[in-house]
Design a protein around this ligand. Structure first.
Ligand code: PEP
Ligand code: MG
Length: 574
């Protein structure tokens, strides 16, 4: 569009709203066409270098996608990412790239380009609707791999308050733009479950996806409004529209500001704590904005894979210190929960990864990894006394508890002998994710300072449902009375032993789940920061007694469906 003859009348575009709130700002358009790659020659002595470049790029992208898949609670998104992972790991692709480099003596970028184009052509020829989505995936992977081997990253002058309009952007770019203060994201590609959309939501960014030809129809520097609720994108809003959306934006901000100042109490004055689940430093502003009283779950796996690998002890210290500095209240650092769905090259392929070498099982075999993490945490703890808690994932037997205590002592001695001050009162806790721990919660609670229920895995292991398997996803029922009963058993065990208890799985950010948890006597809940206002609203609208009555009936229900119906009846029709 030519700026001189630009049509400045208000224009509306429809997409799908996936983020949070209303974004208003000037557009920055990222429109990178996938360029054709020329078949340039290389000499024989460069063959190995080019092959290595390919393996490195493939590995980097694999880890980035694995990290994303791990973060996704949404099953269909996981499926998309997993499909991309399958493509990347396809041995036929690797064979073809290597052959082009080795036999035809052509550059790695061309080898990637022609290999992927060949596969894309095959899919196109098949004419199958089902394969169409695959084509987009292949193009996306092709372009990303070429960008990595050529060291091309999108360098765009995104400033505070800009709305980024792109075909698609990588998670790393999204986090980088977010850190610069972007006001929103508009994408042509992606559905509500695309990885960029999921991350935008977690960061609390306004985001509209699936806006056709957005990068063609919108010029740089145009004023935009995007509404995450309706999925509407408005270009050149007129005065009235702008005024009404500014009001909508302000109302939302006021709402979260009001929530931040409020004490967290039920209608009849029973206190509870709402904390945040986070993984990246970029999420810190949202923690404060939504009034979380601390971090109930700091996932640390992203230190091990993805594009920001920081597994060295010093790098970890920097990361933990930033999180501590950027928050108030407790910070529960979960030890690396690698394995299961959170795969890395470290975890080998297993027939049943969810029942395999993950969490504490892996850490106790990988002593250096564990000791490094414990030492980094302990070194930081001295500077923030009383704030750090250490949480152990995937515990299933008592031996693991004994071992982790010994490991913690060993790390403490090492760090102290290096002259560091260590928080003597640092608390040790266990994730309750495996039914064996929930059933014997009392015995486990006796051994540690606190328990934290991971309802995602507890549901998976109780219902015998792979949490990532779309085919049986209807059986992933985290309100199922059996899951609720295990939670209640855990609460009773922790109470008897005087151990603190919190919940950090998805159930803790879900209204039905929260109503049950509060009613069952669990008042420390950790969730995605943006869930806090809605949960605080629910909890302040009813009395503890009402939640207790609901919890009791829920425990006596015979199905997940019945629990939902009971919730509707108890809290939605009043
Ligand atoms: C859980 O299992 O509920 C949990 C919080 O851990 P993750 O989702 O990271 O496995
Ligand atoms: Mg878990």
């Amino acid at each position: 569009m030519n700026a001189d003859i630009a049509d400045t009348k208000e224009k509306h575009f429809n997409g799908r709203g996936v983020g949070v709130g209303v974004g208003i700002g000037k557009s920055v358009v990222i429109d990178i066409e996938s360029a054709e790659v020329e078949p340039n020659s290389i000499s024989e002595k460069d063959v190995e270098t080019h092959k290595k470049k390919f393996s490195k790029a493939n590995k980097g992208l694999t880890e980035e996608l694995e990290l994303l898949a791990k973060e996704l609670t949404d099953k269909s998104t996981r499926e998309i990412i997993e499909a991309q992972l399958q493509i990347i790991q396809d041995p036929e692709i690797e064979k073809s790239v290597s052959a082009i480099i080795e036999e035809k003596l052509l550059t790695v970028e061309y080898a990637i380009y022609s290999t992927y184009c060949k596969f894309i052509e095959r899919l196109k020829e098949s004419g199958s609707e089902l394969f169409k989505q695959r084509i987009v995936d292949l193009e996306d992977i092709r372009d990303r791999l070429i960008a990595i081997v050529c060291n091309h990253t999108h360098k765009h002058p995104v400033k505070k308050g800009d709305v980024v309009v792109a075909k698609d952007i990588s998670p790393t770019e999204l986090v980088a733009f977010y850190e610069k203060g972007m006001a929103g994201l508009v994408m042509e590609k992606g559905g509500p479950t695309s990885h960029a959309a999921i991350i935008a939501k977690s960061l609390g960014l306004p985001c509209v996806v699936s806006v056709k030809k957005a990068t063609k129809n919108i010029d740089a520097g145009e004023q935009l409004i995007l509404d995450s609720e309706s999925g509407m994108l408005i270009c050149h809003p007129d005065k009235e529209t702008l005024k009404s959306y500014r009001k909508k934006q302000k109302d939302r901000l006021k709402l979260s500001a009001r929530k931040c100042r409020e004490v967290f109490e039920t209608k009849d004055g029973h206190p509870y704590q709402l904390l945040a689940n986070i993984e990246f430093e970029a999420e810190l502003p949202k923690v404060a904005e939504h009034g979380a009283r601390g971090i109930g779950l700091l996932r640390t796996e992203s230190l091990l894979f993805g594009s920001r690998i920081r597994k060295g002890q010093e790098d970890q210290e920097v990361f933990y210190s930033h999180i501590l500095e950027g928050t108030e209240g407790p910070v529960t650092i979960r030890l690396f929960d690698v394995g299961g769905d959170k795969t890395t090259t470290r975890a080998s392929k297993e027939d049943n990864p969810f029942l395999g070498w993950r969490g504490i099982r892996l850490l106790l075999d990988e002593k250096q990894l564990l000791q490094n993490q414990l030492k980094a945490i302990l070194k930081v703890s001295g500077k923030y006394p009383g704030r750090i808690k250490v949480l152990v994932p995937m515990v299933s037997v008592m031996d693991e508890v004994d071992s982790i205590k010994k490991e913690l002592e060993e790390a403490r001695e090492a760090v102290t002998s290096e002259g560091y001050a260590v928080d003597e009162g640092i608390q040790l806790g266990l994730m309750v994710e495996v039914p064996s721990v929930a059933i014997s919660a009392r015995k486990f609670a006796r051994e540690v300072d606190f328990l934290s229920i991971g309802t995602n895995d507890l549901t998976q292991y109780t219902m015998a449902v792979d949490r990532g398997n779309e085919r049986i996803s209807a059986l992933f029922q985290h309100y199922h009375p059996s899951v609720l009963q295990l939670i209640k058993t855990t609460q009773e065990g922790a109470t008897e032993e005087g151990a603190d208890l919190s919940v950090c799985g998805e159930l803790a950010g879900d209204p039905v789940g929260v109503a049950f948890l509060i009613g069952a006597g669990i008042s420390d809940l950790s969730m995605l920061p943006h869930s806090i206002p809605e949960i605080a609203d629910l909890l302040s609208s009813f009395t503890k007694k009402e939640f207790e009555a609901f919890a009791e009936s829920a425990l006596n229900s015979s199905s997940d469906k019945q629990v939902k119906e009971l919730f509707e009846k108890s809290f939605c029709q009043k």
